[in-house]
Ligand binder design. Sequence first.
Ligand SMILES: NC(=O)c1ccc[n+]([C@@H]2O[C@H](COP(=O)([O-])OP(=O)(O)OC[C@H]3O[C@@H](n4cnc5c(N)ncnc54)[C@H](O)[C@@H]3O)[C@@H](O)[C@H]2O)c1
Length: 236
Amino acid sequence: MLQDKVIIVFGGCGLIGKEIVKDIQKKHGIAINVDINSEEYKLDITDNNAIKELFKTVYEKYGKIDGVVNCAYPRTKDWGNKLEDVPFESWQKNVDMQLNPVITITQEGLKYMKEGSSFVNFGSIYGVCGNDFTIYEGTGGTSPAAYPAIKGGIINFTRYLASYVGHKGIRANCVSPGGVFDNQNPIFVKNYSHRSPLKRLAKAEEMAPAVSFLLSDEASYITGHNLMVDGGWSAI
Ligand SMILES: NC(=O)c1ccc[n+]([C@@H]2O[C@H](COP(=O)([O-])OP(=O)(O)OC[C@H]3O[C@@H](n4cnc5c(N)ncnc54)[C@H](O)[C@@H]3O)[C@@H](O)[C@H]2O)c1
């Protein structure tokens, strides 16, 4: 249950984010959808001033902030180029867009968040495991080099944050999805499914309950955790 909890969801229009918004609402929470494409709160997470303004606005409107979910996923057009073909500026820009907003979101959130509130950041299997490049064979694609650097950074920053704010009763956790089905190349889907213990990709809606649980009071003694929602990918 997330009864009356005010939860800001960055990236709430995305494949996973929109399921998170729905699940929070289903569990009687108040989901604030913040996204570059949101009709509710349109914001670019690389804009520090906009983030500051957003937290202030939400706090003034609701009088509290119980949760923050970091699920936006900006990336450059050449995201997915193979390692040899990644211009330095592209690496830098992706780190800047995907990793760096976390500090401002955290700092601004902490100005308003109190005991019992929590952060849920998004990692990935690739923030934890090395890549199995055989799943891309025959697809013409690959997995971006900056991704494990960014996701590993987010996961371990979340542990830092959990430790830093634990004495205030504020929690910080990660959810790390495995591959989510989104009409990818059928060869990739076949290769990925074959390698995965559950023999399929995830459905986007399978991520949301994990997020809601970590935001809820039922997870009151869980912090610094990285919850793998990966169909067992990281178990083998
Ligand atoms: N989809 C997967 O297979 C998968 C697997 C592992 C981890 N993840 C992680 O899950 C998270 C969500 O991924 P997704 O698949 O839902 O991505 P998505 O691309 O479907 O959604 C991302 C959302 O972020 C928004 N966005 C992009 N740039 C923005 C910006 N500058 N400011 C504000 N909003 C912006 C987009 O409008 C979109 O609504 C990401 O952290 C991703 O790394 C996804």
